[in-house]
Design a protein around this ligand. Structure first.
Ligand SMILES: [Zn+2]
Ligand SMILES: [Zn+2]
Ligand SMILES: [Zn+2]
Ligand SMILES: [Zn+2]
Length: 350
């Protein structure tokens, strides 16, 4: 058997909020994005959901420099997601957006020396260059028509703030733009810390014995007794349907077994490797190339355990995924100070 690759596992951890600001180049979940390039930020249109056309919110970012190119000395990949549960469909990533940002060591925004780990009065952030949405931290081209002192990306986020804070502030002229506000539409904020996976495959992991396959096949036929299912399909077809089922059963067993060694992992980083799939039958057939022409490669995947930290569970439909697989330009092509779209694939257990 080929030697296993080293996978970096990501875990969430509470930390001082100031350590999650842009100048520390964090990997983090929730809150507002710690933008890498501070100007220009992605437009409000670029951050709208492809299903409902409403604004998405920040899910997480992974700081992953690429030492093979000088212009990716700093490099961060961002994921945004729509909070509307109805936009979340099985094996469809239309409610998600992935963006890549890169900067050289000498750049327009940050000094080359590591930042001092203390809070500072004037944080180096994107608000120096553009008005930001008070709710989501994205660009804020719209302002409150009454007082003119707060900015938003969209009328949706203006409504969120109006209900939460601004209705009272606006009428009393007591808007404090410096005070950190919390909004239910954003996810709780955590740092992502990583450690290398130590994995020793169990001998029989992911392997189904012949007897087990036969047992599952019999069970499958048994469960369809009485319906005209077993009579309307030729034996051969049923056999292949049964074996198809076990291929996916096997895959999810493999997935669970691999995760179980470190059940708190929320992210697996394995650039150039292969995702740990939940199902084989719904894997992507092909990944679109980067706009520069270079192929995209797998970079990292987000695991379902993250959902338990996001306070999204409720009865009926809710935000969900089996795994989110992010594919990025294999060349980390130069994008200047811009944010470019990368590819994300959402796989679910159906
Ligand atoms: Zn949506
Ligand atoms: Zn916004
Ligand atoms: Zn106002
Ligand atoms: Zn590219």
């Amino acid at each position: 058997m080929a030697a296993e690759r080293n996978v970096e596992l990501g875990f969430v951890e509470e930390t001082e909020k100031f350590l999650l600001k842009s100048r520390f180049f964090p990997s983090k979940v929730g809150g507002v994005p710690a933008w890498l390039s501070l100007n220009p930020l992605p437009s409000a249109e670029e951050l709208t959901c492809r299903v409902c056309s409403k604004p998405t919110v920040f899910l997480l970012q992974v700081y992953a420099p690429d030492s093979s190119t000088s212009f990716a000395f700093h490099r961060t990949v961002f994921i945004f997601i729509c909070r509307n549960d109805n936009c979340c469909k099985a094996n469809c990533a239309d409610n998600l957006i992935v963006l890549r940002s890169q900067l050289p060591k000498v750049n327009d925004f940050f000094r080359s020396q590591p930042p001092a780990e203390v809070p500072i009065e004037n944080e180096i952030d994107a608000s120096k260059y553009a008005k930001l949405c008070r709710v989501c931290g994205g660009v804020g081209p719209k302002t409150c028509g009454k007082c003119g002192c707060v900015s938003y990306c969209s009328k949706e986020h203006q409504a969120v703030d109006w209900k939460a804070y601004h209705k009272r502030e606006c009428s009393t002229n007591k808007t404090d733009l410096k005070a950190e506000k919390s909004y239910a539409v954003l996810f709780p904020e955590f740092e992502i810390v990583t450690e290398t996976e130590i994995y020793t495959p169990k001998k029989d992991a992911g392997q189904t014995s012949e007897e087990e396959k036969m047992r599952q096949y019999k069970e499958f036929l048994e469960s369809n007794k009485g319906s005209d299912f077993s009579t309307s399909f030729p034996e051969k077809e049923l056999q292949s349907m049964a074996s198809q089922e076990t291929v996916d059963d096997k895959q999810i067993r493999k997935f669970k077994e691999r995760i179980s060694a470190e059940p708190d992992q929320i992210l697996r980083y394995d650039k150039g490797g292969e995702p740990l799939w939940i199902s084989q039958s719904t894997c992507p057939v092909s990944i679109p190339d980067c706009s520069c022409g270079a192929p995209r490669q797998f970079e990292f995947q987000v695991l379902p355990h993250l959902l338990s930290h996001l306070q999204v569970d409720k009865l009926g439909t809710s935000l969900d995924w089996g795994t989110l697989c992010v594919y990025t330009c294999s060349n980390s092509c130069d994008v200047g100070n811009q944010y470019v779209k990368e590819y994300i694939f959402k796989q679910d257990v159906v």
